[in-house]
Design a protein around this ligand. Structure first.
Ligand code: CA2
Length: 550
């Protein structure tokens, strides 16, 4: 067909396939997929139709024949898409043939030649081509054709041109992005491979994975390369890359030395049945307190040891007088119980948790009316959980060590202007009358109680890892830590900051992670954090008890 004929028709694009591509789908499906050469040509035709061009095909295993077909294309084609197979990497004859046509040529490859053997990373025909698409499997051909047509061949037909312009703008940009992404993934793989080799060298010389001086130098370099306005974006990107590299390096250490890795986290082996033979359980308050109710559910056969305060209950555990203490850690309305978090900072470990629905009632001396009340007494948490009724009645408040003590105090004072916020049981035990039931601000008021012990105990049903972290004082320190959990698909079920005593405005973070006992991914994060943070403590790796519905 002459060039004259061509003007009356759609532009023609020649698809050239080089040596061995006639064997597609017949051998080596892991590398090149299961599609055949005719599948390629069919997909190419369909895309050509969509783009308003005509497709022609040529395949040969011979260098000379390929050159011949390319020369002939001079007479009819407006562009060439070529997968030159292995000739890509060394055929200067093909390079010359393509270059002499002066046609726009798009180089395509099924596999990602940049992440394969070094000899495949070189394309000697590249300089005769307007672009290269690789690593997208059969889509490399259609994406390559689309880029060629959109950027280098315009369809003759006016309707097609309009249709294309409408569809093409966004699609073309998206292709561009996909192409860039494919290149970035290839580079990422190379970077991660090199990071793997770096750790092997570091491990030999005993150097740490985390090297803040080197990271700062990399960031400085990247900022200089990226320049305004992309310096910040490039910094974020390279920080992510460095974090991923470190994760890969810690994985290497874990895989090469699993025993040290587990012990490095200071964890005992899993132990079954440790919670069933408990003899004594301490808690704050008396028999009617919510803590007592939680202790009863957690340790039904243990002797209950009521104590004056949370810290007194903890002392019982530290001294060995009780094996466990049961403490309220947080409430859905009142938030975290600061005192208990403080007690968990150094010595004790969480071995179990239970979420107990908590209903406070308003307890008074028998015969008292709501209008008589001037003041309510209770634990600060209970007062905050019932703040609505207190505010509405304009009552003053007084705090007590716990809700059961509040009930006892009201009974003892014999003053009908005072009321206690406490459990129904505490009201009954102290001879008080329940004036109002369930006076909480919400009807799903729940307190999380924890059982704590001197030792870290890992029961087989452990499902939550509790960590205490102190962060370095630098921008992004918290988000870096949170990303480590995300990178390993670990769900953070709670995070709570608590002030560090004696260090004004410094905070430590209590973090709960959903993870079964000794979960590999959770251990990997613990390992990494233990090496990168100024302070890390495993507060517990514990199971949860679900209270029976009454
Ligand atoms: O990834 C590509 O598309 C390649 O161009 C394919 C060539 C290879 O030499 C290039 O480096 C990359 C190889 C084509 C061989 O095709 C086969 C088909 C079926 C079974 C085995 C090989």
């Amino acid at each position: 067909m002459s060039k004259k004929d061509q003007t009356a028709h759609r532009p023609i694009v020649l698809l050239v396939n080089g040596p061995n591509l006639n064997m597609l789908g017949k051998r080596d499906p892991e590398q090149y997929g299961t599609f055949t050469l005719s599948d390629v040509e069919k997909a190419f035709s369909e895309k050509a139709e969509e783009l308003g061009v005509e497709a022609r095909f040529f395949q040969s295993n011979g260098e000379g024949e390929l050159c011949g077909a390319i020369h002939e294309a001079l007479d009819y084609a407006s562009g060439i898409v070529i997968n030159a197979g292995a000739y890509t990497h060394y055929s200067y004859a093909l390079l010359d043939a393509l270059a002499l046509t002066k046609l726009p040529v798009m180089e395509v490859h099924i596999s990602d030649i940049h992440s394969r053997e070094p000899f495949r990373r070189v394309s000697v025909i590249q300089s005769a081509c307007v672009g290269q698409v690789c690593g997208l499997g059969i889509r490399s051909y259609t994406v390559g054709l689309e880029r060629l047509v959109r950027h280098y061949i315009s369809p003759d037909n006016e309707t097609d041109r309009k249709r294309l312009t409408l569809k093409s703008e966004l699609a073309g940009l998206r292709d561009e992005i996909n192409h860039i992404d494919a290149q970035m993934v290839a580079l990422l793989r190379r970077r991660m491979d090199v990071a793997g080799r770096v750790i092997a060298a570091k491990a030999e010389s005993g150097k740490a994975v985390y090297d803040p001086v080197r990271e700062a130098a990399i960031i400085e370099n990247i900022r200089a390369l990226a320049t305004v306005p992309y310096a910040d974006a490039a910094t974020s990107m390279v920080k992510t890359l460095m974090r991923l590299s470190r994760e890969r390096q810690y994985d290497y250490l874990r895989d090469t030395n699993p025993e040290e890795f587990r012990l490095g986290a200071g964890l005992p082996p899993k132990a079954d049945g440790v919670l069933s033979g408990v003899k004594r359980a301490a808690f704050a308050g008396n028999a009617g307190s919510f803590s007592a109710a939680a202790a009863k559910v957690l340790f039904p056969h243990a002797e209950q040891m009521p104590c004056e305060s949370f810290s007194a209950a903890c002392e019982k555990v530290v001294s060995g007088a009780a094996e466990y203490a049961v403490l309220p850690l947080a409430n859905t309305t009142g938030g975290p119980v600061g005192t208990v978090y403080r007690l968990l900072r150094h010595r004790l470990h969480i071995v179990r948790s239970i979420d107990m629905p908590v209903m406070h009632c308003l307890a008074v001396l028998p015969g008292t009316k709501v209008s008589d009340i001037r003041r309510v007494v209770s634990h600060p948490q209970a007062l905050s959980q019932c703040s609505n009724i207190i505010r509405e009645n304009n009552w003053s408040t007084e705090t007590s060590e716990n809700t059961a003590f509040a009930a006892a105090a009201i009974a003892h004072a014999g003053d009908s202007r005072q009321a206690a916020l406490c459990s129904a049981e505490a009201a009954r035990d102290n001879g008080l009358e329940i004036l109002l039931d369930n006076v909480c601000d919400t009807d799903c008021n729940t307190t999380r109680f924890v059982a704590v012990s001197r030792e870290l105990v890992l029961t087989p049903d452990a499902s939550r890892l509790g960590l205490l972290l102190q962060l370095p004082d630098r921008a992004g320190a918290l988000s870096t830590v949170l990303n480590l959990f995300e990178d390993r698909s670990l769900n953070l079920s709670s995070i709570c900051s608590q002030p560090v005593p004696d260090r004004p405005w410094e905070y430590a973070f209590f973090v709960d992670v959903d993870a079964p006992a000794l979960d590999e991914e959770a251990l990997a994060v613990v390992y990494q954090l233990s090496r990168e943070l100024p302070f890390l403590r495993i507060v517990g790796w514990f199971g949860t008890t679900v209270p029976r519905q009454t």
